[in-house]
Design a protein around this ligand. Structure first.
Ligand SMILES: C[S@@+](CC[C@H](N)C(=O)[O-])C[C@H]1O[C@@H](n2cnc3c(N)ncnc32)[C@H](O)[C@@H]1O
Length: 251
């Protein structure tokens, strides 16, 4: 066994590390200088970043109504995830945003907050109960002018001309089994430098099984494979939450 090398910061680099350890921030290689070994590193990092970005009360401030069977925390996106979407919206200077899967409007409201004054966001929700809560939450947060909540099956709606194209930013967070269809129907509706963000692209790890165990996992993987094999698209992944896939047309 060779001796470990020590870099200029005094950090010992093991001889045998895999590239995957360099990629994921919580791998031993990337936490080796963290001193509080008994603490949960993920929650320390998360709380630190939330505090530094002053996001502590970002969700509570919205005072959202939620259904009895699901909490916002269970079904909605987390605060660093929402802040990342907001960052991307500003980065791409998006004006028109489309979302598939509204739930009670948390991500729609967060994204709309990052839009310019003349920006607009359309979000599609299949279930009336969630749509009603979303409409109420949008009103409560003073975003009625910017957010349109459409009720219906996104697949059916997108198969017709119900939703016009020209979106600068899309967030796909609806039924996973249909991801590939959504991507295919929506890519022509993306503006020239538009960005599509597909949520849950690792789908609880099912995507990486030799054979996905669930229909949803299969749907997500079909989408991942098809998008990464298209020569006209630029695709990248962010191992945040359950995995994000970012797609843009090559210029
Ligand atoms: C994970 S939740 C969305 C969470 C939301 N984007 C957020 O971060 O706050 C997924 C939503 O997609 C909705 N959904 C499922 N199938 C759908 C379909 N075919 N068309 C439209 N919405 C659908 C579900 O009812 C649910 O509200």
């Amino acid at each position: 066994m060779g001796e470990n090398r020590v870099n200029s910061t005094g950090f010992e680099i093991p001889e045998d590390f895999s590239e995957s350890q360099k990629y994921f921030p919580t791998q031993p290689l990337n936490v080796s200088l963290f001193s509080e070994i008994d603490e949960n590193y993920e929650s320390v990092v998360y709380s630190y970043l939330v505090k530094q970005l002053r996001l502590d009360a970002s969700i509570e401030k919205l005072n959202l109504d939620a259904p009895e069977e699901w909490t916002i925390a269970q079904m909605g996106s987390g605060r660093l995830h929402l802040q990342f979407l907001q960052f991307l919206i500003r980065l791409t200077r998006a004006r028109r945003v489309l979302e598939i899967g509204t739930f009670v409007g948390l991500s729609a409201i967060a994204m709309a907050q990052a839009l310019p004054n003349d920006g607009e966001l359309i979000t599609i929700e299949k279930f009336e109960k969630f749509r009603d809560l979303a409409v109420k939450n949008v009103q409560k947060n003073g975003l009625r002018e910017k957010i349109q909540v459409l009720l219906g099956d996104a697949h059916e709606m997108l198969s017709t001309d119900a939703v016009e194209g020209g979106f600068d930013f899309m967030f796909i967070d609806g039924d996973k089994g249909r991801y590939l269809t959504y991507a295919e129907l929506l890519l022509p509706k993306l503006s020239e430098r538009g960005l599509m963000v597909v949520d849950d692209i690792f789908f609880q790890g099912d995507v990486f099984n030799d054979e996905p165990r669930s229909e949803k996992g299969r749907g997500v993987r079909d989408c991942l494979v098809a998008m990464t094999e298209r020569p006209d698209l630029d695709v990248t992944f962010v191992p945040m939450t359950n995995g994000l896939m970012l797609i843009q047309r090559k210029s």
